[in-house]
Design a protein around this ligand. Sequence first.
Ligand SMILES: [Zn+2]
Length: 330
Amino acid sequence: MGMFKKAISLALIGGLAACSPTSSPTDTGSPQHFSPEPTLALFEALSSDEMQGRQAGSAESANARVMIIERLNALGVKPVGASFEHPFRYGPFRAPQTGVAGAPDKDGVNVIGVIKGYAPNDISMVISAHYDHLGVRDGEIYNGTDDNASGVVGALAIAEHFSKTAPAHDIHFVFFDAEEDGFGGARNFITSPPIPLNQVALNLNFDMVSRGDNGILWASGTHHWPDMVPMVNAVAETAPVTIQLGFDQGDGREDWTLLSDHAVFFRSGIPHIYFGVEDHPDYHKPSDDFEKVDQDWFLRSVDTLIMVSEAMDEDLEEIFKMRQAATENE
Ligand SMILES: [Zn+2]
């Protein structure tokens, strides 16, 4: 919790969303592909004490969804199905291992939108970020700025980009609930898929993309899909932040393969790349606050994610063939 948190009304967010891109907030890197002002305003609003840590099932979580959906509507992103909101019930993740009955006893809501591609095929990409966080514990608000308001607004910035420059392939924007509670939303997405999973070529998952404490944005997952290494490295050559490949093999927290929502795609044989920063002192602490973010680095991180998304959209048919070949070899 910061000493002071500005109250940002939904009306203000809506007003800012109507603004066109203006000058760069700094002289060290000018975002090329999206509007910094609504991005930063929504980032701060989702991080505010009023959001009470966005715990799954809370009233504040519903308020967070209102903000996300308002932005999707402003960008012209279409809902998947009758609504952007996809409610689900979920139970304990480790139930089968622990012998706990595991009855679904908790509620969550995923938010899902789509921008249609112009290519004459049905293959698609899922861009995901969880919007829930840890809520309030012992009277302290876990604001979850880096984890994961940052990924949410990063994904929305990509939606802004593709709303102006149509992608080749359908891009599904999925804002998962209950990631912090055993990937509840992501598990539901796989078990009750709202889109045909056999057409999903790639999942790009963002979780903690704003804290450039050491200046590195990690791309994790290419160890499992080496054909994507040159694709990511090509983006890294001109990206405005340093991309490094790794954290997808080894022990414990050295391997991030199963540590966020992309895990369920990996388990389902769907290629993924996870983007995130290394754990920092405010990780899963009440001090994961908006004031801790270097806004210039964050905006360049978002620009980088947009460049990655563009490149992967261009290469998506190749990635889909890679997925199909792996399935045939099993
Ligand atoms: Zn997270």
